[in-house]
Design a protein around this ligand. Sequence first.
Ligand code: AMP
Length: 294
Amino acid sequence: MNTQPTNPKREWSLKDFEIGKPLGRGKFGRVYLAREVQSKYIVALKIIFKEQIEKYRIHHQLRREMEIQTSLHHPNVLRLYGWFHDSERIFLILEYAHRGELYRELRKNGYLSENQAATYIASLTRALAYCHEKHVIHRDIKPENLLLDHKGRLKIADFGWSVQSRSKRHTMCGTLDYLAPEMIENKAHDYAVDNWTLGVLCYEFLYGFPPFEAESQGDTFRRIMKVDLSFPPTPIVSAEAKSLISRLLVKDSSKRLSLQKIIEHPWIVKNADPYNQEDMVPEPVSQEDDEGDA
Ligand code: AMP
């Protein structure tokens, strides 16, 4: 589709966009709804001040995030179409996620139905399988980093902490509640950290709070290290869902259920929305994408 601003080789500037309403504010910048003047294509424009990048010394992280996200083309990974800058700011041209943060939906409803939770977990699993194939470990999957498009399809956003790697990693990073034990211990870790996080998220989708939540960080650390997992009596959650969670929240990372096994798990097969899964087939790559990737 030649209306899509997908050619990263094109030189963009602020003149190419009409800026609309603000969509949100993050740690490093603001996000606005925007429309590419020529094609009328709607995007989200993320504006980051160079001063902030210098202050927090995140040049490398940002460049890595941009390079990784540009290279990923999957229906459940938020597209980064391109970027440009002026003297003070960097502008990221992002796919627009109409329904915003999944976190907001979760907080509004308290917890999700098993169908909804399974559909999101299936989407996430497929997106992560795609990322892992490309040697990308996300490491910061949490509800705030998951956005929803106009059809309610899940999009992984924010690759700030992700790494492209073939070897085991040593850096401690990520958000406390979603951290795998090997990351807390600052041990070498690999793709299986994302599988652990899928277990944490599945629990949070179904119960409304993460499994190792505690009053203090120290207590959360201890609960994670012990895999102190318990299922509250309400809301009522099926035994199959609990079995999937228990097979992901396993201390030994090599014993965690693989992404392929998650997709084949009876709870996913029974509950994930097949229509949503039809959308899981990656969209055909347009000619412009081909040019951009060459
Ligand atoms: P961030 O700086 O990425 O944390 O974004 C700040 C907020 O802007 C998010 O919490 C979302 O509510 C909103 N936002 C970010 N990216 C998008 C997008 N691509 N589409 C719609 N809303 C977005």
